[in-house]
Design a protein around this ligand. Structure first.
Ligand code: CP3
Length: 337
């Protein structure tokens, strides 16, 4: 049964956590230390599959999310990606022509990812969803044009403002590549895909439709045409009131909600059949204790009457105590509609 089927039918919400495979887990760090290059780790097949399964083995989450990164796409088109310790990602020079490489060539570079998905589907219980993912075109472009992480995404926004039509062509080309990439993950065994638009919150309101909604709709339409049964989760982090037009305009089955959005607003402003996912603040999970239970109760109460997947509002933080994750899982498993 998939995550979304569970959300629609179960008394207790299914759960998984964004970035559930990661540095807060000692068993992850033990495998990670064998790879000086993070990108090589993403393409490592057996070890990528192994760390994907670690959080399922430890916490029995309802879904495994492929261990990879959103920056494998820039890497695959030839914009050399490295991860610098205590700094984050660094990318080579950006040339829009990189995106014009033949699709087959880009997908061929990503074969290790598809093989990892195959390995995972063989190893994972049929009771668990396997989530494939990619970054949304806007978010990936902030790294490609900015060439590293940034807070304001100014380089990308200036580039867009200088030649909006060219920017739109680039963003739609990236949407086409992303859709082809997700199709391959689905063919390899992913039943659900999530598209991370982590920096949707820095898009000006007048551009939200062009940069966020339209490329995502292309991805959703492409996938649904080829695989009508695949479940698609969109995560436009920081979208604020634009969340409503995002859900209606893209056709996603489920939407990830960040911790800044009031859930009563979300419930009122999204169609009832859309599954909600979220939205515990990751720092509450670091703190744990009584506050954690109160916040979980709050979320559960506000989601009443709606199918939902329990999750965080953003990725789990590295300093999260493993015991707090254990306590969260126990508590969520005890919730009833
Ligand atoms: O959720 C999962 O467990 C699956 C794996 C996953 C990773 N990255 C592994 C990873 C997923 C879904 C991502 C998505 C991702 N990557 C996003 C979107 C989601 C979000 O959190 O907003 C973004 C913006 C990236 C780009 C990226 N990758 C950054 C900014 C960093 C941090 C750089 C650093 O050095 O801390 C990464 C690295 C990364 N991706 C790590 C993991 C577990 C940590 C690197 C390590 O282990 O050394």
């Amino acid at each position: 049964m998939t995550l979304i089927e569970k959300a629609r039918t179960y008394d207790t919400p299914p759960l998984w956590l964004m970035r559930q495979a990661g540095r807060y887990l000692p068993e992850y760090r033990a495998v990670r230390q064998n790879y000086p290059s993070f990108i090589d780790f993403c393409y490592s097949l057996n070890d990528a599959a192994r760390v994907t399964l670690q959080p399922i083995e430890r916490f029995d989450f309802d879904a495994a999310i492929l261990f990879s990164d959103i920056l494998v796409i820039p890497d695959a088109v030839g914009q050399n990606v490295t991860f610098v310790k205590n700094h984050g990602p660094k990318l080579g020079e950006f040339h829009p022509e990189l995106l014009d490489a033949p699709l087959e060539q880009t997908l061929d570079h990503l074969q290790p990812v598809f093989k990892t998905v195959q390995l995972l589907r063989e190893q994972l219980s049929p009771q668990k969803s396997l989530i494939g993912f990619c970054g949304a075109p806007w978010t990936v472009l902030t790294y490609m044009i900015g060439r590293e992480g940034s807070k304001d995404h100014a380089a990308t926004k200036v580039f867009a403002a200088q030649d909006p039509e060219r920017f739109q062509r680039i963003i739609m080309r990236l949407a086409t590549i992303s859709a082809a990439y997700l199709k391959k993950q689905i063919e390899a065994g992913a039943d659900t895909v999530q598209v991370f638009d982590s920096w949707a919150g820095s898009v000006p309101a007048s551009c939200f439709d062009d940069w966020v909604v339209t490329p995502m709709r292309l991805i959703v339409e492409t996938l649904k045409e080829a695989y009508p049964h695949v479940d698609i989760i969109g995560f436009p982090k920081g979208a604020g009131p634009n969340l409503s037009s995002y859900v209606r305009g893209t056709g996603v089955d489920a939407v990830g909600i960040d911790a800044a959005l009031p859930l009563n607003w979300v419930v009122e402003n999204t169609p009832k059949e859309v599954v909600l996912q979220g939205n515990l603040d990751p720092t509450i999970l670091v703190a744990g204790g009584k506050r954690l239970k109160e916040e979980v109760d709050n979320i559960h109460t506000q989601m009443r009457g709606r199918p939902y997947i329990f999750n965080l509002g953003h990725g789990i933080l590295q300093q999260t105590p493993v015991d707090n994750v254990e306590a969260l899982v126990d508590y969520v498993r005890g919730l009833k509609r």
